[in-house]
Design a protein around this ligand. Structure first.
Ligand code: GLU
Length: 473
């Protein structure tokens, strides 16, 4: 696959799709339907800024309605364009299919640099964006459910929820119109960290397979694996944090202002504090090397490279200098098709974005379920489980004459909290999906990478949905 001459992200996603589609047996019409963006809504609205007005460009793309609602974040960035939103919406469709989250894919974009707007202006923009979506039936708990993405977070999601609620009085499930909300507004524990946690679990799962590590010259397990992370936003910083918790060593960090490296490991907390104080990772005392050009940071010696920033970071221009054996795509679309091909051809392994960063939408699904059921996870059974466990422990103690210490008792008795249930559901999803993808790859000797296998799996699942709808024979 060649690098895209016109730099179309959507075309990149389509070329990965087309490559995988040859290993499926669906009619070309059905494949075209799966691949196409069903609805592309482009709109503009004015906001008052300073003494005058400014016109804001915005999009919402619903890529696939094979399942409802559609789902995907809203990106706030100066770089947003229609092609990017279409690509990201398509990736959401495949992502949801891979991790068995029953949604179609969607994505939104607002073309602004958030740094140039006051909080009040950002609120106006977000509320007006939501009104525009409501007007066209592009939002709703059963229609299309936005979430955070680059440049947006809990604050924006609460403005969206409030605007939607105001415009839909009496709608019982209205809080399920958006996910990634703060806990106080019926969000869910663990959503914020979910994408980064899922990234770390996906890498742990991958490196635990001894058979797959051997050809890379790596020992199985995360212990001591050297990792470089690009991007210290919500996804990158949490991925780094959980990778360290699982035993890896973060040797390099890259941000837009530069990159730092220390082969013995960087203290993530200290780096984050240094950046908060000085506004930059550069000048961090614990770094042995630092680079004013952040791209150089990606090319340093490591086992695993985790691009957690934006798309198109690893291309034919730098792939030959990448020393990592594994690329774990925490961002959406960080590797161009040609770079991916070359990396695989030289024996590298890519954990594809549509699986690697699916932890966020997985926990969004749990949040949506919580909103529809109007009850938090664990509320009904936590105390019941504790009582049942207590009775069991008492009985065993009585029958065996062995008594547990206070700590042992509370460890065994304790019922699960919402956070523990969410994390358990997330871990199960990430582990299960990894082995599903690996199984598809290993079952067809024409497939030599996990992305193609993931696409084959996604295409087959979406095709079944269309067939079940009776749209295709
Ligand atoms: N924006 C995130 C993604 O790209 C989350 C989407 C969601 O939770 O709906 O996966």
């Amino acid at each position: 696959m060649a690098d895209n001459a016109n730099q179309s992200f959507f075309n990149d996603v389509c070329s990965f799709f087309d490559h995988a589609a040859q290993y499926t047996q669906h009619p070309s019409g059905l494949l075209d339907q799966i691949k196409a963006c069903n609805s592309v809504y482009r709109f503009r609205f004015p906001i008052r800024k300073g003494d005058g007005f400014e016109v804001i460009d915005a999009w919402r793309v619903e890529h696939s309605h094979h399942m409802s609602p559609t789902k995907g974040g809203i990106r706030y960035s100066e770089m947003v364009n229609e092609d990017e939103v279409m690509a990201l919406a398509a990736l959401m469709t495949y992502k949801c299919a891979i991790v068995n989250v029953p949604f179609g894919g969607a994505k939104g974009g607002i073309k602004i640099n958030t740094k140039n707007y006051t909080i009040a202006e950002l609120e106006t923009i977000t509320r007006r964006y939501t009104v525009e979506l409501v007007k066209k039936n592009f939002i709703g708990p059963a229609i299309d459910v936005p979430a955070p993405d680059y440049g947006s977070g809990e604050r924006e999601m609460s403005w969206i929820a409030d605007t939607y609620n105001t415009m839909n009085p009496g709608q019982l499930d209205s809080l399920g119109c958006v996910t990634g909300k703060p806990i106080s507004l019926h969000g869910i524990m663990g959503r914020k960290e979910a994408t980064g946690r899922g990234v770390a679990i996906s890498i742990r799962e991958c490196v635990d397979v001894a058979e797959d590590m051997k050809p890379l010259g790596l020992t199985p397990g995360l212990d001591g694996k050297r990792v470089i992370v690009q991007g210290l936003g919500n996804v990158g910083s949490n991925a780094a944090k959980f990778l360290i918790e699982f035993g890896a060593t973060v040797v390099g960090l890259c941000e837009y202002e530069g990159a730092i490296y220390n082969e013995d490991g960087l203290d993530l907390k200290e780096v984050m504090e240094h950046r908060k104080e000085t506004g930059s990772i550069l000048g961090f005392g614990g770094a042995r090397l630092q680079f004013a050009n952040p791209a150089e940071g990606l090319e340093q010696d490591c086992d695993i490279l985790v691009p957690a920033a934006l798309e198109n970071q690893i291309t034919s221009a730098n792939i030959d200098r990448i020393q990592a054996k594994i690329i774990a795509e925490a961002a959406n679309g960080p590797t161009s098709p040609e770079a991916a091909d070359r990396f695989i051809a030289k024996g590298g392994l890519i954990i594809p974005d549509m699986y690697c960063n699916a932890g966020g939408v997985t926990v969004s699904y749990f949040e949506w379920l919580k909103n529809l059921s109007h009850v938090s996870f664990g509320r009904m059974d936590k105390r019941y489980d504790e009582t049942a466990n207590k009775n069991l422990v008492n009985l065993v103690e009585k029958l065996t004459g062995v008594s547990l210490s206070t700590e042992q008792r509370s460890l065994v008795i304790r019922g699960a909290s919402e956070l523990e249930l969410v994390n358990s559901g997330l871990e199960e999803t990430m582990i299960h999906s990894y082995h599903d993808i690996r199984h598809v790859k290993n079952n067809d000797n024409r497939i030599n990478d996990l992305r193609t296998a993931a696409f084959v799996m996604a295409i087959n699942k979406i095709a079944v949905s269309y067939m079940n709808m009776g749209i295709w024979p």
